[in-house]
Structure formats: structure tokens, C-alpha cells
Ligand binder design. Sequence first.
Ligand SMILES: [Zn+2]
Length: 515
Amino acid sequence: MMLRRRFLQFLSGGLFSGLTGLFFRKPLFAMQDYGSQGKLVLILENGEKKQLFTFDKSGEYFISVKNFSDLTGLGIFTNIEKRKTVLYVQDTKIKFTADNPFVIINNDQIIQVVLEPFWKEGEIWIAVEELARLLSGYSALKVSYNRATGEVILGNKDINVTRVDVFTKQNGVMVQLSATKKFAEKDLSTKKVNNWFYLEIIGGKLDPKVINRSVSNELITEIQAVQLEQAASVAFKLKNDIIDIHLSSGDGSNDIILNLVTDQQLEKDMKAREDLHEQKKKWLIDTIVIDPGHGGKDPGAVGVGKIKEKDIVLPVALKLGTALKNALPDVNIVYTRDTDVFIPLWQRTKIANQANGKLFVSLHCNSNRSSKFNGFETYFLSSEKDERAKDVVMKENQSIEFEESEDKKRYEGINFVLATLAQNAFIKQSQYLASTVQKKMALKLKPLGMNDRGVKQGPFWVMVGATMPNVLIEMGFISNKFESKLLMQKSTQQKLADSICDGIVKYKTDFESSI
Ligand SMILES: [Zn+2]
């Protein structure tokens, strides 16, 4: 009962609008120019205070990377055409791209940020929280952001070995340790134990968080650093045996150079296994989750001639899976159900997350008390209140009523604003997926006389908790005589499956070429 009351209260907008005021000061997608000074103060290492230009977006403060570099004296390079900016912090390069959640460190590490940088007035703007996290995690700087006081405090870590780079050479691997002071050769020692190679630097100080990482190199797979009281130790995990070691503290620079010589013929592997390429792999869309709505005791909407939504969406889902398998043979297809069974909403995203899904596509049919409504539309999850979406949101969320009372409790503590905030990283991608799917559907369905109702957004339970871009497709109105007849036909179901498949393929191609 409690659940139902809160649920209805939510749908009627009471709870919702209250929270919206708190968490979304501005609409998510409408951007206005109200950058201002005075909200955030940058405190330099010498205690000097400077005002940062800030831009308040969805309750998060964004700052201009250019402004930050001007105030701190850090180097910067901006490519206006490509909307990219590189920030230089000693030996570390941090590359930001507008409207892209992937930040690239030193050309070989890809980090995903939750709040995407954006482009405004010829500059990249980044959430101050993300910038602090990136600088502290990957550079020699220590940046802390105090949300309560609006202070951004800059400091240097007490380190003299700033980073470690690994380069493949003809006859082995060169390791370069960048240092801010010159180490004498007597302070450097090496040893090899099993498949680990150790370098000890007496007087060395480093930040293990910055140094530690896995690398995909022909010889070295992992770097592990430890800070000891009198020395720093850097260990390298080796894939192959080494036959010789040359150690030198670089001529004319502070760098420590290690040449690890192997007897392997390495050249042929070099091109094939480029580091960045390896990292990109984990972002590729290799698993797609298809979610036919309703099933079992939950018929979904019941339309003209008593046809049930659950009986239309299942064959379309199976046809979509086959079409995707043909178009993308390397992609793994997962169904939340492939028979007529009941699956609670919460379990659907759980299945998707556990399968490591990269896209989640939920299939539904629409219905309305008025038989004149017709057409197909695609939704992405959003806490934005869209009046046009209200009926559809209520209809699809009603599946909860079929769930066991124990299961219903799962929805009680969740509020949509926070849940969708957690999905911010995927909202743009979901919106783009919705648009490619809707466009491709229009190409095949409009000639049948079906109406293109466009892309919409709404707060659907089935999409909350999916840690991947996700859309919900309403494939037509089974309450409309003309469309219910079409939707029952195998040929229409095939057209739906093929066009949704086309939309997914288009999205996959565009997304993967952007990373
Ligand atoms: Zn449905």
C-alpha cells in the first residue's frame, strides 16, 4: 500500500517536482551562458587565492581548463577544430575532448569521467570534481576540492620520481623514469626474482597511485611501486626472460633509463599490439541485451481482439537477436527472457549488468483508451518530466504490481532523480541510441502507414540501475485496429526487428569510431 501511494505520488509529480528543485537547478540538456566568478576560489601552493570562472550545470560546478591553466601557470594546448584540449602537468599530459567522457592520460591510459567535459566560448569546461580527481590520481599535483567552502586547493605531492614510461625497442624494452632530481648511479640498484624485475632508488619518493598500472607491452605486463622509508622501489612484471640489463641516469636530464634486453624478435608484435588499441577493446560494444517486456502472468497491454503485448514483443525480440547475430557476428546477444515467463523489472537490469552488457534494449507495445492513437516511439531514461510520456511511463511501470510483495520493497528506497543521476554518464549515449533506432524504424515503418512519434524521455523502472546505455521502444499501439493487425503480422515483426537492428548497428559504428 505504502509503495503504491508513493508511486502514485511520484507519478502525479508531487515528490518528483520537489526533488527536481533540489538536484537539477537547470534542465539537463538546455545550456545557458551563466558562467560567473566568485563561486570557487583557487588556493595556490603559496597560499595565494584566485577566483575561478565557474559554470553551474545541473548543480555541478564546471571550470574552464584554459582559466585553470592561466591561474596555475600549467601548459595548455587547444585544438579548436577538434574541440580538444591538452593540459600539461610536468611530465603528464591530460587530454580532454568536448562531449566525450573519455579522458586520455599520456596517450596510453583511458579514463572515463561521469560528468562529460563540454565546449563553451572556444574552451573546454570540466567539472571541478573530475579535474581534481584526474590531477591527484595521475599527476604530480595534489588537488583537493572542498564542496562546502568552494575551495580548490592546489599542492605538490612530496615526490621526486613523477612517472614511469615503457617503450618497445628493437631488442627489448626501454623503461624511462622521470625524476625532478638527479640520482647518482650508486643510489640505483636492480634485481630479478622469478618473473619480477625490481629497481630500487635510494632517496626516491613517488606516488604509487600514479605509477601502478597494468601495461600491454611485449615484455612488461604490470608496474608496481612501493614507497619505503629510505627508498622507492619499482617492480616490473615480466612476460619473457631478459638476457641483459643496462642502467643509466640519463645524460643531460634527471631521467633514469633502464634497457631490458630480450632475445625475442619483438618487431613483428609491435604494430599488432598497440597499447591504446588494447584499452579501447573494453569499451567496445561486445554484448547487447534484448529485453522483451512483460511475460508470464504479466500480459502487458491488452489490445484489439484481446491481443497481448507480451505475445508481440517476444517474437520481435527473437527476430532482433537473429538479425543482430547476422549483422554483428562477434557480438554476444543476451535475452532477459526468450520464453513466455514473468521476470521482475529489477531482475532485468541485473541480468544485463551481470552479462556485462554494453547496450540494453527494452521492447514494448503501446495502448491507449482512445483507439485513435497510433505510431512508434523510442524512450531513454531521464528524470525529466515529460507530460507526453506520462501515460506510457505509468503503463510500463505497472508491471511492478505483478511482482511478489518482497520484490516490491526493492523500489521503495529508490528515487528517480538520484538513480538517473548515477546514469548521467550514459544519458547522452542513450539519447543518441534512441535517435538512431527511431530514425531507422521510421525508414521501414512509415511506408506501412505507421506514424513516427519521435524520441522521448521518461522515468522507467526497468531502465534504472542499468550500467550501460539503454532505450525502451514502443513499437506501435495494439489498441489501434490498424496497427494491432500490422503488429500481429510476421512481416511487420521482421521489419521492426530489422530496423531496430539497423539503428543499433549505426550507433555501434558511430560510438566505436569516437573512442
Ligand atoms: Zn510494456
